[in-house]
Design a protein around this ligand. Sequence first.
Ligand SMILES: [Zn+2]
Length: 447
Amino acid sequence: MNIRYPGFHFCLLVLLLLPVWAEAASTTEIQGLRLWNAPDHTRLVFDLSSTVEYRLFTLEKPHRLVIDFNATSLRKKLGNLPSGSRHVSKVRYAAQPGNRFRVVLDLQLPVRPRSFLLRPSGEYGHRLVIDLYDRNGQVQPVTTTGKKKSASAPRDIVVAIDPGHGGEDPGARGKRLRAREKDVTLAIARKLKRLIDAEPGMRAILTRKGDYYVGLRKRMQIARRHHADLFVSIHADAFRNSKARGASVFVLSRRGASSEAARWLAAKENASDLVGGVSLDDKDDILASVLLDLAQTGTLAASMRAATLVHREMGKIGKLHGDRIQNAGFVVLKSPDIPSMLVETGFISNPTEERNLTSGRHQQKIAKAIFRGIRRYFQLEPPPGTRLALEKQKKLEQQASRYVIQPGDTLSEIAAKHSVSVASLRSENRLKSDQIRVGQVLRIPRT
Ligand SMILES: [Zn+2]
């Protein structure tokens, strides 16, 4: 492409980026599959409408490579691949429950796969590249890249709990009991941590463990260092009107987010790993800000969903201050890549709430409510590679592994629809012939 006019260049850039933004929040489309036979490996390239989360694993007897795409669909049938690959004999694919998409490569021999995502460049858009090497040949590390790493052993979900204030910053003060916000927040945070740690597949970290001050940005850094999946800041603030009462939950306001994006950009070395593995170093500022904004848009939406569930639980144990999630430009909520919320557990300036907030029993109630909201959020949206994600996937697979015969169905159509062979369908269900009847329930073998 030969572009001479800077103005035109800019327009083109914006036009190219807008669809990416729109699709990242929803479904990625597989737009094509290409295959090349290199002397020492076979390369498959999936053309994608946006970046994608995926999982890759091999199966034996017969040798297969399975690629599971999250939140992905297919636009049109994948064309025929060039034949003559040393590694791949056939490509099968099918949509899966939960908006996932599975591609299965039937292999001629065991392979050692390498995979990575590529960002748009030249005539190409987003791509997932999979290189297949002979397993007995040169040793290549098996790597899976993506927004989140998914290793074969499930990892714990990590929740960063941030007890507000601390040390020389006492936070708000109660009038009657002279209770200090920093003590209340630490007490609730510790109780919340115990609840999370007791939950299988989840663990919590505290951004401060005692009575000392931690800078706001440092709190975000601590969360990031522990690869937190969620950041929850605990507060109990004061209002000039001592009658003000009730809990509230905040997420970052869009306005706060966009001014913060500029700030993150100022420190590019910090920002480079924040946009789903896309390095910002070689991008101009317009592009970088769009990419960062894109990452933050998704994070804000996730923050909102998590906050809504916590807010609902808080409403079950006491009064709420306002019936919806509130937005504010709190610095601690500004991680571009970690869904974050701030829970105002109550008004320490209200005498009744001050008494509640200093009571161990009430603190435990608050911690439990926050915990239930968080757990619900992760049950609904388990991060890839976690135990909850595996459990959810198993459940979906169990649901999917049965099929009720509909009028007009044939065994071969059912087999094709589920990417399994007729023979395996027959043996799984101990069928002696291809005859089936409407209403009969078939077990679908796992691919
Ligand atoms: Zn506070």
